[in-house]
Every structure is written in structure tokens, then in C-alpha cells.
Design a binder for this molecule. Structure first.
Ligand code: GLU
Length: 435
């Protein structure tokens, strides 16, 4: 293996747990959620600190030859939060906002998500600080291949399995798989998931996160006595997760009255025509300008008078500042980390039901697991098989989290996190400490 790790260091241990720490970003939010779960479980300080700290992390520089001949330098990270239950697993994000603490938080959430859905993985996340819209496809391919070669010693079907996230897609995964395979001298399909179907990807993977979000959202609405055809919804984000969520909600009979993307939001109180909206987005690249809807500020979407709110964009959008104005009765987190702990407390006091990310958006990694299983066995499942197995897992996890929460008088987030943390802690204890 020829890849060089330009900077590798033992991850800095998490600070000692403190209930008084003021959350300030996704990593603080993730650690505060862990602290709450640890308290429910009565975990020792030592176990909590181990679980708050990534097991391994690497920062690499990515020199890039631009199409105009100039040279750029990008920074990338891969953080493996935990592998007590199996290989690390999690997406690769391309965004100008990527930083190491964000990747650490996202990696921790992956560990809990995989444990909660009982897929045999730990958690990881990667990211490159780049605005992919400002680069050509050829440049993005060079970035991806160089980043992959820099993290090559860390990844592999039995070590750490990347997947798409914000700003990356099935093409990114095809380049990663090819770069890894070329360096190993043979094709290794199981090194990444979210690949094109023509290249060992799973049927149903592309829509799996949205399908899972909607499976759980409909169950959550039902638990509040809300039938789909008498329910309104607003969806923040119209990318891989939000777009499919809007479509599947509409197919289930829910009136989707507002959607947004990074350019703005559109609202139509009698319900948006999601097919026409998708055609508009395909033609223009944004929901803005959609005929027959009014334009509103993107942030205002979160405060609309709807039954269901699906934040499906980025972390930290529901905060202490805007949570008091959120009117949705049910919030289903399509994004990772959209609700800060302060906002969680405000929404709980107001009687809103928040279905946490590690449950609500787990459909993506569940079908990633199906894809990895299929690749390892070289045996392909049909779309109905994939979708039925996904729904069974999502609804099973929803029921288990709800029962755990109800029997212990916990929020769904604390229940889901505690269930996941307990599984990881148990695996860690059973394996013991080496040496
Ligand atoms: N990026 C997705 C997530 O946050 C999918 C990860 C995966 O499939 O490994 O859950």
C-alpha cells in the first residue's frame, strides 16, 4: 500500500462529562445526548469518555490539479468513532462547512444508528471541505480518487465502508470503489455502499433514507391520532433525503404544503404538486420559482403551521432561538443532528414529538448493509425484497424505541440513544480491554 497519511494522531480524548457544558456545535450536541443516555444507563465515567472519543481519525491534504492547470489544496477527514460491533460505517460529505468536529459528531451518530437498527457495524464519517458545485465532474473525480488513496489504509469491506452523504453520490462511490480496487489488484464491491446498481449497488438504496423517514413518520403520526389524508407537512431540504420524503409523503396522502432548499422555500397551503415540483427542480436546480406556490424565507418554513415537520438538510437548524415558534406536532429528523439539545427540551415542553435522526433516517444505512451483504454473497435481491426488509427493520426499531421511551418516561431521542449506547457498551465489555 502506497498511500501516505499526511497527519495521523490519536484522537484527543473527550473532556470529562459535565452536565453544565454549554452545547455549541454538533459535537457538543452529540456528547450531551450521549451524557444523557449514559445517565439513564448508569454508565461509568470511563465508559462514557471512551464512547465520547473517536477510536481513530485521520486528516489528509488533497492536492488538486484544476481544469485550468492551477493547483488547489483541499482538506479531508475520516473519523472512525467505534468498531466494537463490526467494521466502521458511514458516509463521505463534500461541503464547504466540513470540519473535524462536525465529522466526529456525525461519526458518533453513525455508531448509535447502526447499533439501534442492529446492523453489525460501528460508526464512521468522512468529509472534504469543498463546495462541489464550484468544481467540474472531472475535478471531483480527481478529488475523490486522491482522497480515497489517502485514506486507503483505513478502509475496506472488513474495516470501514464509506457511503454517500451531502454533496456526494453514486458516481463518487463508483470512483472510490475503483480506486480501492485498482490498488488491490481486484474488484472489491464491498468497500463502499451506495454504488450505481450497474456496479453492485442495491436496488432501492437511492430512495432508502426517504422511504425509512416516511415509514417512521407515518407511524409517528398514527401514534398521535393523525391519518395521512388529514395531515399537512413541511420538508426542509430537497436533496437525496427531502425530495424522496416529499414524494413518498404525498403518495401516502399527506398534504405537503412547503419545501425548501438552500436557495429558498415555497409554500402552497392547498398542497404542492410534488411531481410538477420535481420536474421544476430537474429543469432549474432549485425549488424557487415553482409555479403556483408562494415564496417564503427558507428559515420561515420551520415555523409553519403544519402537523409534520421533516428537517432533511443539515445539523443545528432547530435551536433555542426558533424552537419556541415551531408549530408542528411531530418532527421527524431526515437530517443528522438538526435539533440542538436546547431545542429538544423546548419542543418536549411544548408537547411536540421529535423522532430522532438515529432512528428516522436510518433507512440509508440499513439498505447499505443490505448492499454490503449482497456484494459479499454476490447474490442480488429484488426491489420488493429490499423494501419489505427495510420497512420491517424501520417499524421494528420504531416500536422498540417507543416502548423503551414509554416504559421509562424518556424522550424518543434519549430512549433511542440509550438503547444504542447500551448495545455498544455491552459489545465493548464482552470483548474486554486489550492488553
Ligand atoms: N450518509 C448516510 C447517513 O448519514 C448513510 C451512511 C451509510 O449508508 O453508510 O446515514
Amino acid at each position: 500500500m502506497t498511500a501516505t497519511l499526511t497527519e495521523t494522531s490519536a484522537p484527543a480524548p473527550a473532556p470529562a462529562p459535565s452536565a453544565a457544558a454549554a452545547p455549541a456545535g454538533p459535537l457538543d450536541d452529540a456528547r450531551s445526548q450521549l451524557a444523557e443516555a449514559a445517565q439513564v444507563l448508569g454508565l461509568s465515567d470511563g465508559m462514557q469518555r471512551m464512547l465520547a472519543t473517536p477510536r481513530r481519525e485521520v486528516t489528509v491534504s488533497i492536492p488538486l490539479r484544476r481544469d485550468d492547470g492551477s493547483q488547489d489544496l483541499l482538506i479531508g477527514h475520516r473519523v472512525q468513532h467505534n468498531f466494537s460491533r463490526g467494521p466502521a460505517k458511514g458516509g463521505i460529505r463534500y461541503s464547504p462547512h466540513v470540519d473535524l468536529d462536525e465529522v466526529r459528531a456525525l461519526a458518533m451518530w453513525m455508531t448509535w444508528k447502526c447499533a439501534l437498527l442492529d446492523v453489525p457495524y460501528g460508526g464512521a464519517k468522512g468529509g472534504v471541505r469543498i463546495d462541489p458545485r464550484a468544481y467540474s465532474t472531472a475535478e471531483l473525480e480527481r478529488v475523490t480518487r486522491r482522497f480515497t488513496s489517502e485514506i486507503l489504509p483505513l478502509i475496506g469491506p472488513e474495516r470501514d465502508i464509506p457511503a454517500p452523504d451531502i454533496g456526494t453520490d453514486e458516481n463518487t462511490m463508483a470512483w472510490m470503489m475503483d480506486t480501492y480496487s485498482v490498488n488491490h489488484g481486484h474488484t472489491v464491491l464491498g468497500v463502499v455502499t451506495g454504488k450505481p446498481v450497474a456496479l453492485g449497488g442495491s436496488l432501492g438504496r437511492a430512495s432508502s433514507t426517504s422511504r425509512g423517514v416516511v415509514d417512521v413518520a407515518l407511524a409517528a403520526l398514527e401514534s398521535r391520532g393523525l391519518a395521512p389524508d388529514s395531515t399537512t407537512a413541511a420538508v426542509q431540504g430537497f436533496g437525496k433525503v427531502g425530495r424522496g420524503a416529499a414524494r413518498f409523503l404525498a403518495e401516502a396522502g399527506v398534504r405537503v404544503t412547503a419545501v425548501s432548499d438552500q436557495y429558498g422555500a415555497v409554500v402552497g397551503t392547498s398542497g404542492l404538486d410534488v411531481d410538477a415540483l420535481e420536474a421544476h427542480v430537474d429543469a432549474t436546480g432549485t425549488v424557487v420559482g415553482f409555479d403556483g406556490a408562494d415564496e417564503i424565507d427558507g428559515a420561515a418554513l420551520l415555523e409553519l403551521d403544519v402537523d409534520l415537520l421533516v428537517p432533511a438538510a443539515v445539523e443545528g437548524v432547530l435551536t433555542a432561538e426558533n424552537a419556541p415558534r415551531v408549530r408542528a406536532r411531530v418532527v421527524v429528523e431526515g437530517a443528522n443532528g438538526p435539533t440542538t439539545p436546547e431545542a429538544d427540551a423546548i419542543l418536549a415542553d411544548a408537547g411536540a414529538l421529535v423522532v430522532p435522526d438515529i432512528l428516522a433516517n436510518a433507512g440509508g444505512v440499513v439498505v447499505s448493509y443490505f448492499e454490503w451483504v449482497q456484494a459479499n454473497q454476490a447474490y442480488w435481491w429484488t426491489l420488493p425484497e429490499v423494501e419489505a426488509r427495510l420497512r420491517e427493520r424501520m417499524l421494528g426499531a420504531w416500536t422498540a424505541v417507543r416502548e423503551y421511551a414509554t416504559s421509562r418516561d424518556l424522550s424518543l431521542r434519549t430512549a433511542a440513544t440509550a438503547m444504542a449506547v447500551e448495545r455498544v457498551a455491552t459489545a465493548h465489555r464482552l470483548r474486554g480491554l486489550y492488553p
